[in-house]
Design a binder for this molecule. Sequence first.
Ligand SMILES: [Zn+2]
Length: 283
Amino acid sequence: MDLHERLLIQVSVRDVYDATALAGHPRSGLVFTGQAGHDAIRMVRRAGYDGPLLADRRRYAGSARVRGTARLSADWIADQVEAGATAPLTDSGYISKGDHKALNSILDQSLHWEGAIAVLPVHARWVTNDRATLLRTIADYGSPVALVIEDGPPHRPLPFPLLSTGIAALGALAYGADWAAIGVREVLRHLYPEPHETQGGWRRGGARSAFVPDRLEFVPVERLGDGTCACSTCQGRPLRHLTESDELHVNTHNAKVLHVLHNRLLRSTHREHWWHSLTATTT
Ligand SMILES: [Zn+2]
């Protein structure tokens, strides 16, 4: 069991009872989000799930997020290993624009744990203007990393694993990232700049959003158009039928259509070209 070429589904700890239904595909897996992530891993392992499992503590998000210079927790690493995580993730804080000290602090501390993946939650400037510095610093340390990229302008994909993202996960995989995780709901597909305005509360903010392959985006079920879907959940019905469905049903559709795209990516002879032709038709 490894993470190689995996498209993971990032869920909340409270999704633990349904999560494996979304990650039964080959080359899938789960990321549990929150400080009880290791408990969720233990439960799912006990229930017999044998795919890759990660835990993202997500201390880098929200209005009370911590800075990347914060001390990383050895207990958090040990808890994940003990619970059966495929690889432990660091409980990193946020790396703001130009905060080299935070970037170095996380990479420095990560060296203490063999096999730990250094989570680097970065301001968007790090993947645009300061991209070369980020790449060089990661290469200098040489340890495995996973990026979380704060909302910002479009940028070329980087060849690193991604947490908490949307369709950009496939872009990262196309550019050589080992794995990437698509969030199961809007808040888990973004790292919002702080402070940010919540747009109408969590429910209206896309608790149920369906992935529409033609548009290559997640659309709140209330705004779905006329198109039909051939996945085994929708069975040729109009996507709009998801308006009446519960969140698990919608997310099962999402996992299936994303799995199809992921398979196409893995079979393509030139993955970067595949990604560019896919995104060129929708933007
Ligand atoms: Zn469907």
